[in-house]
Design a binder for this molecule. Structure first.
Ligand code: ADP
Length: 185
């Protein structure tokens, strides 16, 4: 390897956080997985931070009050920031219902793409991937986002994926397009 090649290999690539927000069942995990697979075919530096998995370790013990939800997002944002500044493509999948917290992590991370994974509540509820809407409607779960807890939809997301009317490939394609336009790829 000559000096020039070495320099090219050591050149700092730009990392970015792809932050997928949306209701439970909107399609965040599904899109995050496909997006991660697609990115891995282009770069070895890809990490996925899935809200459900993070809640089993990094944020274990936190509940679903506004304070705990904010703390959950703050911690995910902290890790995403460290990875992003080291040139990683970070795919975050978390309901992240509060606009102010999303703004906070966006400002902290800088290289940030907000993806609104959007399907009407009725569609998410009919999918009921984890059976949680049924429990929330029955009053077995209190403070469920979209039922008896707020979801503040992004006003101007960088990408909106309407999973009720577009295919998974279309959604992933839209996100990849933004990454190319912004020269992360
Ligand atoms: P979330 O992570 O937002 O809670 P999931 O990805 O776990 O949502 O579940 C979304 C469900 O919707 C999955 O069963 C998935 O197969 C389905 N689905 C249908 N169409 C789409 C689409 N276009 N994009 C993503 N998911 C879709």
């Amino acid at each position: 390897m000559d000096g020039e090649q070495k320099e090219a290999n050591l050149e700092q690539r730009r990392g970015v956080t792809l932050w997928l927000t949306g209701l439970s069942g909107a399609g965040k995990t599904t899109i995050a997985k496909k997006l991660t697979d697609t990115l891995r075919s282009q770069s070895p530096y890809v990490e996925i931070l899935d809200g459900d998995i993070i809640r089993q370790n990094l944020t274990k013990g936190l509940g679903f009050s506004k304070e705990d939800r904010d703390e959950n997002i703050r911690r995910i944002g902290f890790v995403a920031k460290m990875l992003t500044r080291n040139g990683v493509f970070v795919v975050v999948s978390a309901i992240s219902p509060y606009a102010a917290m999303r703004r906070e992590v966006r400002n902290a991370i800088g290289d940030f793409v907000e993806v609104y994974v959007n399907a009407p509540l009725a569609v998410c509820e009919s999918r009921d991937v984890k059976g949680l809407y049924k429990k929330a409607r029955a009053g077995e779960i209190k403070g469920f986002t979209g039922i008896d807890d707020p979801y503040e939809a992004p006003m101007s997301p960088d990408v909106e994926c309407r999973t009720d009317v577009e295919s998974l490939d279309e959604s992933v394609g839209k996100i990849m397009d933004v990454l190319r336009t912004r020269q992360y790829l």
